[in-house]
Each structure stands twice: as structure tokens, then as C-alpha cells.
Design a protein around this ligand. Structure first.
Ligand SMILES: C[S@@+](CC[C@H](N)C(=O)[O-])C[C@H]1O[C@@H](n2cnc3c(N)ncnc32)[C@H](O)[C@@H]1O
Ligand SMILES: [Zn+2]
Length: 270
């Protein structure tokens, strides 16, 4: 039995003839790439669409070069340390699926990933991994209560109530936020006064923070396209002057620190 439920009526949903269908005949087509769009109403029509195609392709270009692999290695270590042999793992706001598709190669868990951006999920599904990808809003997940063993959540908004609802009691949530020095040298090129990040963990009621791990590395990008792809993955893309962006785009090489804070939470519900 899968973890998914009908986003309209909440009944169990199953695959029938290339569609997910519930007993009340609400039906959602499986796209040719293999993902399903569970957004309903205005959200489905594109009122809230998340990251666009350019951002999705930039993220895919950058991550595929392995620049953030120190992070994926740490997440692998965390998943190993939980000591589960099987179960269900959810990639919250999966983006273009880099992390879940890679991790699914190493573990026998059943992986699911979702994002509100159809473009992101389309790219994720095109990887043809064993992960089940779907389009959904994290504020209203088409997932049954208490059925996820482990969830991970990288550089994305936090939704306390939904994360707690779908995770099993005692289930783990791995949340990653940028560390103090993350991309500091990139910021120094764009801003006169570059600030360090504040490393503020998300508000997380009902979760116990059981471990905090810092991961840091220095990366060198020898390709102007990779440098601009990195910028497009960050909020700085929207908050930087044209001059700042032009300074960055004139570079053929960039060396910058990367730093991640990996927060391990345990779901406290009984
Ligand atoms: C910074 S990206 C991180 C993507 C991925 N975790 C990674 O590290 O490659 C944030 C992602 O959150 C998604 N997102 C934002 N709001 C969302 C929501 N309400 N529900 C689901 N996804 C959302 C965006 O579409 C985007 O793909
Ligand atoms: Zn239904």
C-alpha cells in the first residue's frame, strides 16, 4: 500500500490505466515522464507555480556537476545512522530530484519526492529513478497520516503541521539550511557589504532537535554558465543589482565556500 491519498476527498488512491484514481473516481493522469500532478483548483491552473523552467534547468545543471556532493554524502551517513532497513522516505520540495534520485541508488527504502513546481518535478521524473515524484503544495499534502519514516527538506520553506502529520511518531526529519559562510565569496563579488547567513533554524513545534551537523567545503567553478546557474538557485538572483550580476557574469572562474547546517529532528507526536 502506497502513502498517497486523493487530494480531493482524502480516500486511498491507486494506479489504474495510467491514472491515479480514488473510489470516488477523482482521477489524476500520470504524465509521460512518469510524475503525477496532484495540485487542485487555482493551484493547478498556475496561480502558485514555484520555480520556473529556467531556475529548474539551472539547478539541474549546477547540481549534476557534483558541487554539493559533500552534502549528499552527509545525508547518506544520516540515513544509514537511523538503522532502518526499509520504509518510506520523502523528499520535501524535491526540486529537480538530484538528492532523492541519487540516494535511491544506495538505499532500499521506497522514495517519494514532491515539489509545487511542475517544471522541477518534470525534470526529476525524467531521471527515470525508482522515486515516485508528484506535484503538490507542502501546505496540503496528498499523503496519509503517520506513514513516512524519514523526510528530508533541503533549502525550502518549513511547514510544521504537515511535516508532523505525515511523519510517523518517532520519524526523522532532516532539514538543511545554509550555513554562515555559504557562498560568501559569491556574495562579496555582488555586494559592497556581504553579510554572513544567520543560521536560524526553522520554527519547529512538535519536533525535537536531536543533532546539528555542519558541512563545509570550498568549490571552484571554472565555467561562467555554472556560476550563473548557481546564482539562479539562490534568492540573491532576485535581490541583486544589474551591476552586481554583471560583475559575476564576467567571471570565468569562482572559488567560494559552501556551508550547510544539517538539522536532525525527531517527530515527538505520540
Ligand atoms: C531552493 S529550492 C530547493 C530544491 C531542492 N530541495 C534542492 O535542494 O535541490 C526550493 C524548492 O521549494 C519549492 N517550493 C516552494 N514552495 C513550495 C510549496 N509550498 N510546496 C512545495 N514546494 C515548494 C520550489 O518550487 C523549489 O523547487
Ligand atoms: Zn477522491
Amino acid at each position: 500500500m502506497g502513502i498517497l491519498k486523493c487530494p480531493v476527498c482524502g480516500e486511498t488512491i491507486g494506479i489504474d490505466n495510467n491514472c491515479y484514481v480514488c473510489k470516488n473516481r477523482h482521477s489524476f493522469d500520470i504524465a509521460k515522464e512518469g510524475y503525477v500532478n496532484f495540485l487542485c483548483g487555482g493551484h493547478r491552473a498556475g496561480v502558485l507555480i514555484g520555480d520556473n523552467k529556467d531556475m529548474a534547468c539551472s539547478r539541474q545543471n549546477f547540481l549534476s556537476k557534483g558541487y554539493f556532493d559533500s552534502l549528499i554524502n552527509q545525508i547518506k551517513i544520516c540515513l544509514d545512522s537511523f538503522g532502518l532497513n526499509n520504509g518510506c522516505v520523502l523528499d520535501i520540495c524535491c526540486g529537480e530530484g538530484y538528492y532523492s534520485s541519487k540516494l535511491a541508488e544506495y538505499f532500499s527504502y521506497q522514495f517519494y519526492g514532491f515539489d509545487i513546481s511542475k517544471e522541477m518535478v518534470r525534470l526529476a521524473a525524467k531521471k527515470k529513478s525508482s522515486v515516485t515524484y508528484f506535484v503538490a503544495n507542502m501546505a496540503r499534502l496528498p499523503i496519509n497520516n503517520s506513514c513516512v519514516d524519514i523526510a528530508f527538506h533541503l533549502f525550502a520553506p518549513f511547514h510544521n503541521d504537515e511535516f508532523s502529520r505525515v511523519l510517523k511518531a518517532g520519524g526523522y526529519l532532516i532539514s538543511v539550511i545554509p550555513g554562515r559562510r555559504h557562498l560568501f565569496e559569491l556574495k562579496e563579488i555582488m555586494y559592497e557589504n556581504a553579510y554572513e547567513n544567520d543560521e536560524q533554524p526553522p520554527q519547529s513545534d512538535g519536533f525535537a532537535l536531536v543533532d546539528t551537523i555542519h558541512v563545509s567545503d570550498t568549490i571552484t567553478l571554472n565555467d561562467s554558465q555554472d556560476i550563473m546557474s548557481l546564482l539562479k538557485m539562490t534568492p540573491y538572483f532576485y535581490h541583486t543589482s544589474d551591476e552586481g550580476k554583471a560583475r559575476l557574469s564576467s567571471l570565468s572562474s569562482l572559488t567560494t565556500e559552501i556551508e550547510f547546517v544539517v538539522l536532525i529532528y525527531k517527530n515527538n507526536k505520540s
